[in-house]
Design a protein around this ligand. Structure first.
Ligand code: NAP
Ligand code: MN
Length: 267
């Protein structure tokens, strides 16, 4: 159910990449929103409608980060993989009628947070450290205990929801998003008789802490579509945050069906 305070008109914000979606498409979606009796409001919306690809959802979550307790997200897929979407272009009326009747399924997803040298960052898919040209060296601690000294191109810590993104390309397991967890996956690990790491993905429960103590300079810290440089060796403490993102799905949505349609296919 979508809760707006009693007798209040639901306010909807649109998120899209203006270079990817035609102005006419946006105008006709706006008209439809008004014709269903909703209001358009980008600053204090009840619902953020993201239109485009999965990257648009990531950008929408970061844009409305300070409003996450009040905002719900729903996606209209337009010509992309669309893992976060449950309505496609042809289903505008279904979407607005579901919103009006409050029959969408509501999912909560914990953000991943990292404390990096006293600064806090967060992600919905994953947080990662990467160094493509010089071997990245990082100590890895799980709940205060040393696991390994990793050497390779990088390490990715993914949420369950993000497990189908970068994590999957690294051979990590896909995790049903209703199981809150963090998954640590390796990028091009060096494994020989001198250097060893676990050499498989590792899934830890929602209360765990993963600490990465990097020993090399000039590492890239990636979080969703964003990144920054870590010029000096750093300590990165990763946990699942209490902050949740609420994603609305259509009432027929099933994760298994989604996996089949996006990754396996029908043949
Ligand atoms: P992008 O390069 O367009 O994203 C790469 C692909 O990942 C796109 O096809 C995107 O779908 C898809 N995707 C994003 N989140 C997903 C999820 N949770 N499950 C399944 N697929 C997902 O860049 P972007 O759109 O800014 O997205 C940033 C994300 O790209 C990062 O969070 C990271 O997960 C991913 N990435 C993947 C690799 C890799 O697989 N080697 C490398 C770097 C980054 P859309 O086309 O619908 O946007
Ligand atoms: Mn994208």
């Amino acid at each position: 159910m979508i809760s707006t305070s009693k007798n209040q008109i639901m306010k909807i914000a649109l998120c899209y990449k203006s270079e990817k979606i035609a102005d006419e498409t946006i105008s006709s979606i706006k008209e439809k929103i008004l014709s269903y009796g909703f209001e358009l409001d980008d600053s204090k919306p009840d619902v953020v409608l993201f239109i485009g690809g999965d990257g648009t959802f990531l950008r929408a979550v970061h844009q409305y980060y300070n409003e996450l307790s009040k905002v719900k997200f729903v996606g209209l897929c337009k010509g992309h993989l669309g893992f976060f979407y449950s309505y496609d272009e042809s289903e505008l009326d279904v979407l607005f009628s579901d919103l009006k009747r409050g029959v969408c399924k509501s999912e909560s997803h914990h953000l991943l947070s990292a404390k990096v040298d006293n600064e806090e960052i967060y992600a919905i898919n994953e947080i990662r450290i990467e160094s493509p040209f010089h071997t990245l060296i990082s100590d890895v601690y799980i709940n205060g205990e040393s696991l390994e000294t990793f050497r390779g191109n990088g390490l990715v810590v993914s949420t369950s929801l993000g497990s189908t993104a970068y994590n999957k390309s690294l051979g990590g397991a896909v995790i049903y998003p209703q199981i809150p967890s963090m998954e640590l996956s390796e990028i091009a690990p060096i494994n020989n008789t001198i250097y060893h790491s676990l050499h498989s993905s590792l899934i830890v429960d929602k209360n765990s802490e993963i600490v990465l103590k990097t020993k090399t300079d000039n590492i890239l810290l990636g979080y969703d579509h964003l990144n920054k440089n870590l010029h000096l060796a750093s300590s990165i403490s990763l946990r699942l945050s209490d902050k949740v993102v609420i994603l609305l799905r259509n009432k027929d949505y099933s994760y298994t069906k989604l996996l089949k349609s996006k990754f396996v296919g029908d043949k």
